[in-house]
Write a protein that binds this ligand. Structure first.
Ligand code: ADP
Length: 650
């Protein structure tokens, strides 16, 4: 028997042999045993020898692991060390091993042990059956794997979770209409769902297991390959928009794809999961929408959509311009909240209601007051909008700003009226002109006939000749006026020939002439001393013509006679000449027209007063051609003042 230092038997020596030999062997054995004991004792792993239901040897690591003393260990039931869950397994294994049957033994069982303090530890046992004191014994190496197992446990949990979420994902994947393609780390396709089959027209059974790069999908492979490369390298999701591909029906389409890395530590590179969708329709719709939006945005008209509450749901740039408001102040609001003029808003909403009630389009021309207070004209059409079931959901409005058009229309209207009036005036003029021409001609013809047929005394001859001369002069004036106006009209021949002349001379010459024409009127010239010699640079004959016309009118339209004042003043760089009479005056309604050609005031007062309505039109043209102004002030029954200005130095 060989005992260890504590007196325990550690081996059995064979008997009946040569004692010397035996001694030698005994010594050798003891030496090797000692060596092993030293090794076992100092080993970090817990080592024991077990036989006959008892520990025969335990090293210090085993003592530390168990928490018991060596003595306790040596005498205790070893099963007390084993966690109840594993007692049966260990018992059975131990018994079986000790009988020498090692066929079904677990090679390195993992189990839980209970330390003296009740603490539970995971251990891994590496047992071997040896002969100890001639009988089978178990030598075990116990490794504390608690820490390792904790990690394993968490891993297991995570794995279970993963499995669970994977299962959920599978379900999710099955329920969504996405293309799902899994490609493993070796580039083989491992998953190909129904949507992929439908999208590409390739059955799963024909593609699963094939190399991804040779799978036969007609798509922009270079883009996909680059995406996969980048996904694997960066281990991040890569998104690809608008990848061109050929649909199952052979048409060209677009895919939206995300490439997701599937990372396994053990694999040399991540697998990838491709999730995608055929976005051809969406893209087309988007394009159409974009086009539509562009059309709407760049439209010349205001285009808007209103819901059944008359709130603006869509409003393009032009609509916003019409309100001069930003988008956020228009969307979701109705006209009451936007428009300044409540009546106009009321009318707008009433029109909306008619469209909603009748379900018919409505055309409206209306005025709208902008935030700037300006009134603008709009031609609007409101078209009802229905949903798929024919239920009315709102209206689309198209409004065109026709203010310019309206202004133009009014202008045309006005001009038409003027043309009509002009036409009327022209025919009136023709009869007036004919009359005006005939009157002097009749006198001329009559008096010249008398002169020719009869022998008259000198005095009567002179009298008649004078009449003929006067009438011929008025005829010549009339014809001159007509010629002037036609020259003005055609823009040809009516030339201004400027030369300096004394204004006073022209006025005096006129006064003197008219003095000889009337004895009911008297003339007064008001000209301040410093202006007496004033010279102006103008067309002398034409200025004479203007003064002549104003004086002749003053006389004609103050039939009662009276004073006619000609006043000359200087204002700044201009000289102002006014002809003031105490005559019949001009009715207010005729005022805007008296400087227009052929215009004559026609009432009981002017009845029988001869004229063509050309004089003032010609005068205005002459004065304005000199850079001056001409105007009238008048009060009916009180008289009129006609004034003109001329620049002194030109
Ligand atoms: P005519 O004198 O040949 O009618 P004018 O062009 O000189 O044409 O004048 C146009 C019209 O203006 C006249 O017909 C008359 O009705 C009005 N008018 C012009 N001068 C006077 C005036 N001094 N007093 C009242 N009415 C006047």
């Amino acid at each position: 028997m060989v005992r260890d230092s504590s007196g325990q038997i550690v081996g059995v020596l064979f008997s009946g042999e040569d004692i010397t030999e035996r001694k030698k062997r005994e010594q050798k054995l003891q030496e090797s045993e000692e060596r092993y004991k030293v090794i076992a004792e100092n080993s970090f792993s817990a080592i024991y020898i077990f036989q006959d239901e008892r520990f025969k040897f335990v090293n210090s690591a085993f003592i530390r692991l168990s928490g018991y003393t060596k003595k306790e260990l040596m005498s205790m039931d070893y099963l007390n060390l084993i966690h109840p869950d594993y007692r049966d397994m260990i018992k059975k294994t131990t018994e079986q091993a000790l009988t020498g049957d090692i066929s079904n033994l677990p090679r390195e069982p993992d189990f839980k042990v209970i330390r003296k303090n009740g603490e539970i530890r995971w251990v891994k046992l590496m047992p071997a059956v040896i002969k100890y004191t001639g009988k089978p014994a178990i030598i075990g190496n116990v490794i504390d794997i608690t820490k390792y197992n904790k990690v394993k446990e968490t891993l297991q949990k995570t794995y279970d979770e993963l499995q669970k979420t994977n299962a959920q994902n599978e379900q999710l994947f099955a329920s969504i209409s996405s293309i799902i393609i899994s490609v493993n780390e070796n580039d083989k396709i491992t998953q190909w769902n129904k949507i992929s089959e439908k999208t590409f027209g390739i059955a799963a059974k024909n593609i699963i297991g094939r190399p991804f790069h040779k799978c036969g999908i007609h798509w922009e492979w270079a883009i996909i390959a680059e995406g996969i490369l980048s996904c694997r390298k960066k281990k991040r999701i890569v998104r690809l928009n608008d990848v061109r591909f050929t649909q199952a029906n052979g048409n060209k389409g677009y895919l939206g794809i995300t490439i997701n890395p599937i990372i396994y530590k053990t694999h040399r590179q991540p697998g990838v999961l491709l999730l995608g969708a055929d976005i051809t329709e969406r893209r087309r719709a988007e394009e159409r929408l974009k086009q539509y939006q562009f059309m709407v945005e760049s439209a010349y008209d205001a285009i808007f959509f209103k819901n059944l509450k008359s709130q603006y749901v869509i409003a393009n740039k032009k609509t916003l311009e019409a309100f001069a408001l930003p988008l956020e102040k228009v969307i979701g609001k109705n006209d009451y909240e936007i428009m300044l003029n409540k009546e106009e808003a009321d009318k707008n909403i009433k029109d909306d209601c008619i469209v909603f009630e009748t379900g018919k389009s409505k055309k409206i021309i209306k005025q709208m007051t902008g935030v700037d207070g300006k009134k603008r004209w709009f031609q609007t059409i409101k078209v009802p909008q229905f949903d798929d079931e024919g239920k009315i959901i709102g209206l689309v409005g198209i409004a065109r700003d026709i203010t310019e058009h309206k202004i133009f229309e009014n202008l045309i209207k006005e001009q038409n009226e003027q043309l009509k009036k002009l036409d009327q005036m022209k025919s009136e003029f023709l009869s007036t002109a004919a009359h005006e021409l005939r009157t002097p001609l009749t006198s001329i013809l009559g008096f010249s006939e008398i002169l020719l047929k009869r022998e008259l005394d000198k005095e009567r001859q002179n009298k008649f000749l004078k009449i003929i001369n006067e009438e011929a002069t008025s005829l010549a004036n009339l014809i001159n006026d007509l010629l002037d106006i036609s020259k003005i009209e055609s823009g040809q021949g009516f030339k201004i020939k400027k030369a300096p002349f004394k204004l006073r001379e022209v006025i005096m010459k006129n006064i003197n002439f008219f003095k000889s024409q009337t004895n009911k009127h008297n003339f007064q010239l008001n000209m301040p001393g410093d202006l007496v010699d004033i010279e102006i640079n103008a067309d002398k004959d034409k200025i004479y013509q203007v003064v002549e016309n104003l004086l002749s009118n003053a006389i004609k339209f103050s039939t009662q006679g009276g004073k006619i004042i000609i006043s000359v003043e200087q204002a700044n760089e201009k000289v102002k000449v006014s002809v003031i009479d105490n005559g019949m005056g001009i009715p207010e309604k005729d005022f805007p027209y008296i400087f227009k050609k052929f215009y004559r005031v026609e009432n009981t007062l002017t009845l029988g007063i001869r004229g063509t309505g050309l004089g003032l039109a010609i005068a205005k043209h002459i004065i304005e051609s000199h850079g001056g102004e001409i105007w009238a002030e008048s009060k009916i029954g009180k008289g009129s003042t006609f004034s003109f200005t001329l620049p002194i130095h030109t």
